[in-house]
Design a protein around this ligand. Structure first.
Ligand code: FMN
Ligand code: MN
Length: 448
C-alpha cells in the first residue's frame, strides 16, 4: 500500500490518472471548475502547480473524482469494489504511534499561525467563502477518550479561526456538544493530504466508539502511523501534508453557508461551531488538497458510495438472508435512494426490508426492492420492474417524519425526512405471469 499521499500520486501518474496542470489558476472558482470538468468527463485527478497568489504551493483536486480512482486507492479491481470493501472494512488494524514525522518539518505556532497563507479554495458560485473541504478531523470523546476520524468542512473566518460543520448526527458533532456540557472546547486535529485509505476509511459507517483509523489500517493492510500533535492531546497521521491543530470555542456559533452541498443545491447559512487554531505543522513544499461537492457525481459522492452500500448490505442481510445486490444510485446522490434485489421466500419480506433500511437514518429516503432477476445497476431494468410488478396503492409504503442525516432541501425540518419504499417484487406463486420474455439462442448470435 501507499506510504503517503506522495507515493499514491506517483502511482497515479504512472497509471495516467494524474494530470499536472501548468496553467495558472485562481483559487476562486478556477480550481473547482477544473475538478467539475474532470468529474463530468471521468477524467484524471488534477495537481494544480501554479496557484494565483500562492507561489510555491500546489493544490490537488478530484483525487477521488471517479470510482476508478477509488478502486486504485484501495488496490481493488473496480468490478469487485463492494465485495472487497465489505471484507476489508472489517479487518481493523490498530494504528502505530511514532515519535518523529515528516509532517513536523515546518511548524507554525502562536502568532505564526495564519490560515490566509494557505491556498484555500472557493468552490461554487454562491458559496459564502473559502472552505477546507477534505480535512480529516480527529477528535476524542470527552468521556471515554475513544478516537473518531471523519471529514467536516471548515469555513475560513480569519487568521486563526475556522468554522467546523459537524452536526449532531455525526460523531464529532456529538463530541463537541459533550465537551461544551463540561464547559470545555474539544481538541481537534485536521489532517490534509493523507493516503487514500485514511480518507476512504474515515467514511466508514462504523458505530460510535469505533476508531476509523483501525478501519483505515484494515483497508491499507498495515497500521496507520500517528504522531502526537504539538499543542493538543491528539495524534494525527505522521505523513500528512499538513495538520491543523485547534480547539472549539464552547458556546460560540457562526453563520456557515450558503454552500453548494452534496444534494446538488445550496445549503442555507447554518450555525456552526467555531475552532481556534493553535498550530499548523507541514511537510516541506506541502501539497494542499481540496475536494468538490455539488451536483452528483463528485468525489464527495464517490467517497461515500461504498461506505453507504456496505452498511445497507449488512443491514439488509439481517432482514432478508438472500440479498443479491444493493445499489445506492448516483441520481440519489449515493445516499437518498437504494435499490435492493432479493430472493424472497415470504411475500412480505420486501416490506420489512423497506422499514428496516429507512430506520437506519443514514440519509435514505427511498428504498426500491426488486427480485433477483433484475439488474439493479440498469435503470431500464429497474423501471421495468416498477412498470410490471408493482401497484402503487398496494406496494408503496410512506413513513412520515423520520430522523434522517440529510441535507435534502425538500426536508420539512432540518435532519428530518419522510421515507418511502416501493415493493416491486412479483408475488410468490405467480412467477410465470411475471417472467421476462426471452428469445432462445441470443448468446449464439455472433454476427452483431
Ligand atoms: C469530501 C467530504 C466532505 C464532507 N463534508 C462533511 C461536512 O462538511 N459535514 C459533515 O457532517 N459531514 C461531511 N462529510 C461526511 C462525513 O465525513 C461522514 O459522514 C463520516 O462518516 C462521519 O463520521 P462519523 O460516522 O464518525 O460521524 C464529508 C465527506 C466527504 C467525503
Ligand atoms: Mn465515527
Amino acid at each position: 500500500m501507499f506510504e503517503d499521499l506522495r507515493g499514491y500520486l506517483s502511482y497515479l501518474e504512472e497509471k495516467g490518472q494524474l494530470l499536472r496542470v501548468q496553467e495558472e489558476v485562481d483559487p476562486k472558482f478556477e480550481i473547482a471548475a477544473g475538478i467539475r470538468k474532470t468529474s463530468d468527463v471521468a477524467g484524471p485527478a488534477l495537481l494544480f502547480e501554479k496557484v494565483k497568489g500562492f507561489p510555491g504551493w500546489r493544490v490537488l483536486g478530484g483525487l477521488f473524482a471517479t470510482r476508478k480512482l477509488i478502486a486504485l486507492g484501495l488496490g481493488i479491481p473496480e468490478n469487485q469494489l463492494l465485495e472487497q470493501y465489505l471484507r476489508l472494512e472489517e479487518k481493523r488494524i490498530p494504528p502505530e504511534i511514532v515519535k518523529s514525522a515528516p509532517v513536523k518539518e515546518i511548524c507554525w505556532k502562536g502568532d505564526q499561525v495564519d490560515l490566509r497563507r494557505l491556498p484555500l479554495v472557493i468552490h461554487s458560485e454562491k458559496d459564502c467563502g473559502a472552505y477546507i473541504t477534505i480535512g480529516v478531523q480527529i477528535g476524542k470523546d470527552p468521556d471515554t477518550g475513544y478516537r473518531n476520524v471523519s471529514i467536516h468542512r471548515m469555513l475560513l473566518l480569519g487568521k486563526d479561526r475556522l468554522s467546523l460543520w459537524a452536526p449532531v448526527d455525526h460523531h464529532l458533532g456529538r463530541m463537541i456538544l459533550k465537551a461544551e456540557e463540561k464547559g470545555r472546547g474539544l481538541e481537534v486535529a485536521t489532517a490534509i493530504g493523507v493516503d487514500p485509505a485514511i480518507i476512504i476509511g474515515s467514511q466508514a459507517k462504523v458505530p460510535w466508539g469505533v476508531d476509523e483509523f483501525y478501519v483505515a489500517g484494515g483497508l491499507r493492510g498495515a497500521p496507520v502511523k500517528l504522531v502526537p500533535c504539538e499543542t493538543i492531546d491528539v495524534d494525527a497521521p505522521a505523513t500528512a501534508e499538513m495538520v491543523i491543530e485547534g480547539v472549539t470555542v464552547p458556546g460560540e456559533r457562526v453563520a456557515d453557508g450558503p454552500y453548494g452541498e452534496y444534494p446538488g443545491c445550496y445549503s442555507e447559512a447554518k450555525q456552526a461551531p467555531v475552532m481556534k487554531v493553535t498550530a499548523i505543522t507541514m511537510r516541506q513544499n506541502p501539497i494542499y488538497q481540496t475536494a468538490l461537492t455539488g451536483m452528483p457525481v463528485t468525489e464527495n459522492h464517490t467517497l461515500i458510495e461504498y461506505a453507504n452500500a456496505a452498511v445497507v448490505y449488512r443491514e439488509a442481510r439481517k432482514i432478508v438472508p438472500e440479498v443479491k445486490a444493493v445499489h445506492v444510485t448516483p441520481g440519489g446522490t449515493f445516499r437518498h435512494h437504494v435499490v435492493v434485489s432479493i430472493h424472497k421466500r415470504h411475500d412480505s419480506e420486501a416490506r420489512n426490508l423497506i422499514l428496516g433500511l429507512l430506520a437506519l437514518g443514514i440519509g435514505l429516503k427511498q428504498v426500491t426492492v426488486v427480485d433477483d432477476d433484475i439488474d439493479i445497476y440498469d435503470p431500464v431494468d429497474v423501471e421495468w420492474a416498477l412498470s410490471t410488478r408493482m401497484q402503487p396503492d398496494r406496494d408503496i409504503i410512506v413513513v412520515p417524519n423520520l430522523a434522517c442525516s440529510t441535507l435534502d432541501p425538500s426536508a420539512p425540518k432540518p435532519r428530518t425526512s419522510a421515507g418511502w419504499g416501493i415493493d416491486a417484487t412479483a408475488p410468490l406463486g405467480e412467477r410465470e405471469r411475471f417472467e421476462k420474455v426471452k428469445v432462445p439462442g441470443v448468446e449464439k448470435v455472433k454476427y452483431v
